[in-house]
Design a protein around this ligand. Sequence first.
Ligand code: AHR
Length: 308
Amino acid sequence: YKSNKYNLQIPRTNKDRILLGFAQVGAESGWREANTRSIQSAALAEGIDLEMRFCDNKVENQIQAVKSFIEQGVDVIAFPPIIETGWEEILQEAKKKGIPIILSDRKMNIDDETLWTTYLGSDFIEEGRRAGRWLIQQTGNDKEQVNIVEIQGTIGSNPSIERKKGFEEIIREHPKFKIIKSRSGDFTFEQGKMIMKEFLEETKGNIDVVYSHNDDMALGAIEAIEEYGLNPGKDILIISIDGTKAALQALSIGKLNCVVECNPLLGPQLMHVIKDLMDGQEVPKQIMPPEDVFTSENVKRVLENREY
Ligand code: AHR
């Protein structure tokens, strides 16, 4: 056993190797696939045994996965909570067993913050603000009202809640910007396309801006706009979040206008913080990866070296 500042008695299954249980959301987006690959390859490189379960974007599967990691007695559990709430009971169980919890890429809404050790991931409110700021800067005074449609991510998820909040905080100051419709596309291409189709039909195409909470839904929306007979990126401005290669390619040919980066390559930092925790070291409560904003002006530079 080892103890650390969280007073957890951390059971070590094997003296030399750490066993990490990771309850992954699923494969809903290109971002998520890059995140999975990053975690798998970093675990391999760092000699950490990884057991990853894919939860098909279902909260009950994720709770079950965490439960089975606790029963199995892994050394540490990491996961991106699919939704923000409902985690007290299972995290109490982990605490009783002395298994530290790391929140990877999504935070949760929980009163007792001693139930998790560290959050490794982005500031989603700031991502929403960045999207809003870009829009305000872009849109001149030629329009009396700017009609925005918002395609949200998974309802109740931390990135969806906070990306909405940050964006609204900025546009609230500018009354001509109006979110005329907002619906969830669950972070997937198919649902993004379907929601956009509905928006176009309901508004008869009277839309100026799409604000999409991730790239996959934005790419789906682009297809829907083209099928409707309009030009994405020209007739309708598209703002997205993530920064996958597919979205940056769309940006480079003018079908997308702004991509706020959310970094999925968390594997190396995750393994680092796990090693520190297992060594009994103090770890920061929040660790944030570096991120940027991409537009037609800087996309070429980043696209050349994009891995995902
Ligand atoms: O939690 C990060 C978000 O989850 C990404 O923006 C999205 O693509 C993914 O599904």
